[in-house]
Design a binder for this molecule. Sequence first.
Ligand code: IPM
Ligand code: MN
Length: 391
Amino acid sequence: MVSIALLPGDGIGGEVMAATVPVLDTLVQRHRLPLDYRVLPWPATEWHRQHGSMMPDDAIDQLLDYDALLLGALGDPGPLDQPDRYRLPDSVSLAPLLTLRKSLNLWACERPARYYPGVPCYLSDPRARELDMLVIRENSEGEYAGQGGRLRAGTEDEIATQLEVFTYAATERLIRHAFERARQRARERRDEKRMRAFTGPGGEPRESQVCLITKRNAQAFWGELYDRVFQQVATEYADVATHHELVDAAAMKFVQCPWRFDVVVASNLHGDILTDLAAVLAGGLGVAPSANINPADASVPALFEPTHGSAPDIAGRNLADPRATLFSLALLLEWLGQRSGATADTKNSNEKNRLFSSAGHQLHETLIADLAAGHPASGTDAVGRRIANAL
Ligand code: IPM
Ligand code: MN
């Protein structure tokens, strides 16, 4: 039996997760998935109110018992006009996100951004509808290393430092994974007969591309490391076109010509910023999924979550679009399918693998059809029931 944990969290997290449950139940029944799930009351601000911490001390050990995790959202400042409400600083309420990514060693964050008919397109150039990129964000170090401090805090002489850490090992595995994904995407597009054209160093045609993001003109130390590793790894993937953009220029080009990107590989902070931008190009945070994975170790439970936050301004009003969470669930099921496939050698596990892949694929297709039909994005519970019925 495969078991997954649902972690609703804070704010709209509870609502989008509640909307996901009927979809999950339907998929399990329809596809006879050997899957059970459990809803956990942590990490959450409410758990903190009752127990003094966002999650139990042995949270990571408990989570290791599951095959995959689906998280709603974290951080719940609550309406500002309710001063008595239990509030936590972001540094406390959001910390579990970073703790889970780090402690479970989920070093790659994949955030696909693909335009599907029916979602708002904010760009006037019709080619913007060809948007189909996968941003792979470094998820374990870099600008999120959490090192630094404040000197003479609170005075006019205050100095705050925030150390960025980039290691060869984390850079190499990330960039290698980006090239692997580029190859895999090219294979999938070939199967679906929707090939794309990029150019190799001498102008030769290539079916996929990896674009490296740095800020090497101002941050030379890690910029040079990323550059060198990128060039080294690229020599093993002559079939994949390569490209480099400075992060500021990349932000501009995401808007100017988003159809030119395929796989984009970026540091933790650059990836964080660019994925919000990519999400809005693909219709907004209401439909943007993400996957925190360890591509080298499928025995670690991967963590799937919508790219959006807890949206306290609309929490509790049945207004949130649960489709970002449902797209994340589709990624989770597909990941389970590929994962068991990677370790499978018996007929049984191949069959299991196929069940999960096909459930994930069907959920994805159903969501695309739902977008194309122009159905409303809320109420949250009705969207969940609608998708469950459409399955
Ligand atoms: C995200 C979020 C988090 C991040 C925040 C909430 C810490 O913005 O998942 O993109 O920066 O990683
Ligand atoms: Mn973010």
